[in-house]
Design a protein around this ligand. Structure first.
Ligand SMILES: [Zn+2]
Length: 443
């Protein structure tokens, strides 16, 4: 017995969305209008999209099960869930005070020299229990969901010991509705106890951390930049990661033109991220090697530095992704809508280019062919805006324009409130080290 159609040709579904004034499927690139369907609808079964098209065709096309879910977007815009391809979610402590100091003119070097900056996050993260880190992560995952992100990459990198890196990765994997891709970033920063002994630390990363952490992650990342790790150190880490079965990504050319993008091309990393100092040579090498360029405009905004040359990447034919870089030092923001707005102004992306990079582009950066667009065979992950058109996103900025979020065909956010049945967020206790002197320069 069908609720919608008696046609035997109709596709069986247990979920229908109707009433989308604009269903932005991302089945076409920005130049072709993102595959947007006016007055659109979609249907899913077992969390996977089985049909998308004009609502007028829905009754003939889809056979909704009697107990299926039937949702009305009430004339609003529907977008694929954002795919945030670069975050540092599991951390403890706050560096808000440091941000204020830096705005007042104190250099990051000074802050770092007195043990502030990323040291504060490392110490707080080491002190935190796995349960505490997991609780903090769930709270941030909830916020990401509320802002329309349904898939996110999540890195370690504040533990910097075998035990603490593994602890961060286990905490990142805490039960939650958000889809995650976990990344080992043990070579994020040289911890104070290894000052002057970077090669010894790299040995620890390769010989002990990677064997312990590889089973907990899919990706291996490294911070290759001025003040972080050299190209040869980064190469050792990435090759060890690859040997342990991890796929590769890299923090490259953020603080200086330091060879990270060229290394990404040499090793065939899936993505190189930041790229503020990339020139045509890095861009050409990444294009030839098929490396995705992950753009992180929130970091440029917070640090008050230039934006990465996103237009040059696009013009060269490099796939770009737009991500948050959510981290305590240089971009404390879960909201990809804000990144879309910043990318339009700071990187001169068109609104559709930015939106595509935050969805389909993010999926490419994570080698996920099941998310990032609303097409048959993809996961039924989308958000319903509180607006009728996607053009509102960069324009009406600094607020949350996401009303509802559906993930895998079930409602996880309704009217801005998280409704999924993952462990309920506990009351938030300020972490004991929140009062530490703040900082920011490296994440
Ligand atoms: Zn990062």
């Amino acid at each position: 017995m069908s609720a919608i159609s008696d046609s035997s040709l109709a596709v069986a579904a247990d979920f229908v969305l109707r009433g989308a004034r604009e269903l932005v499927t991302m089945s076409a690139p920005p130049a072709e209008g993102l595959g947007a369907i006016a007055d659109g609808a979609l249907a899913a079964k077992d969390g996977v999209i089985v049909w998308a098209g004009r609502e007028a065709e829905l009754p003939q096309a889809v056979d909704l099960a009697p107990d299926g879910l039937d949702i009305d977007a009430e004339g609003r815009c529907v977008l694929p869930g954002f795919v945030d391809a670069h975050t540092h979610v599991p951390f403890a402590g706050s560096r808000a005070a440091e941000y204020g100091e830096r705005l007042a003119g104190v250099s990051y070097g000074e802050i770092l020299a007195r043990g502030g900056g990323i040291n504060v996050t490392v110490e707080a993260t080491r002190q935190a229990s796995e349960e505490e880190l997991a609780r903090l992560a769930r709270r941030r995952y909830d916020s990401m969901l509320r802002h329309g992100t349904t898939t996110a990459e999540v890195k370690s990198g504040y533990g910097l010991t075998v035990v603490d890196e593994a602890k961060q990765l286990r905490a990142a994997a805490t039960p939650h509705a958000l889809r995650r891709e976990l990344t080992f970033l043990g070579a994020h920063f040289l911890p104070p106890e290894y000052a002057g002994r970077a090669d010894d630390f790299i040995r620890l990363v390769c010989d002990e951390m990677i064997p312990a952490c590889a089973p907990l992650a899919r990706w291996c990342d490294v911070f290759c930049d001025e003040g972080a790790f050299t190209v040869s150190q980064a190469r050792r880490v990435l090759l060890a990661g690859r040997a342990a079965g991890l796929s590769l990504r890299i923090h490259a050319d953020e603080l200086a033109r330091s060879g990270g993008s060229m290394l990404a091309a040499e090793l065939g990393c899936v993505s190189a991220d930041h790229l503020i100092h990339a020139t045509w040579q890095e861009i050409a090498a990444m294009k030839a090697a098929g490396v995705v360029a992950v753009m992180l405009p929130g970091t440029s905004y917070t640090l008050g530095i230039e934006f990465a040359p996103a237009r040059a990447f696009l013009e060269a034919g490099v796939t770009i992704a737009l991500a948050s870089d959510l981290n305590p030092g240089t971009c404390h923001c879960e909201n990809l809508q804000m990144m879309i707005s910043l990318a339009c102004q700071g990187m001169k992306l068109t609104p559709d280019e930015a939106l595509y990079a935050a969805t389909a582009g993010g999926a490419v950066a994570l080698r996920r062919d099941d998310v990032g667009s609303l097409e048959v065979g993809k996961r039924c992950d989308f958000s319903v805006l509180v607006a009728a058109s996607r053009t509102e996103l960069p324009y009406h900025f600094g607020v949350n324009l996401v009303g509802h979020v559906v993930l895998g065909g079930r409602v996880v956010v309704q009217d801005g409130v998280v409704t999924h049945d993952a462990p309920a967020p506990e009351p938030v206790q300020p972490f004991a080290r929140d009062a530490s002197p703040g900082a920011g320069g490296t994440a």
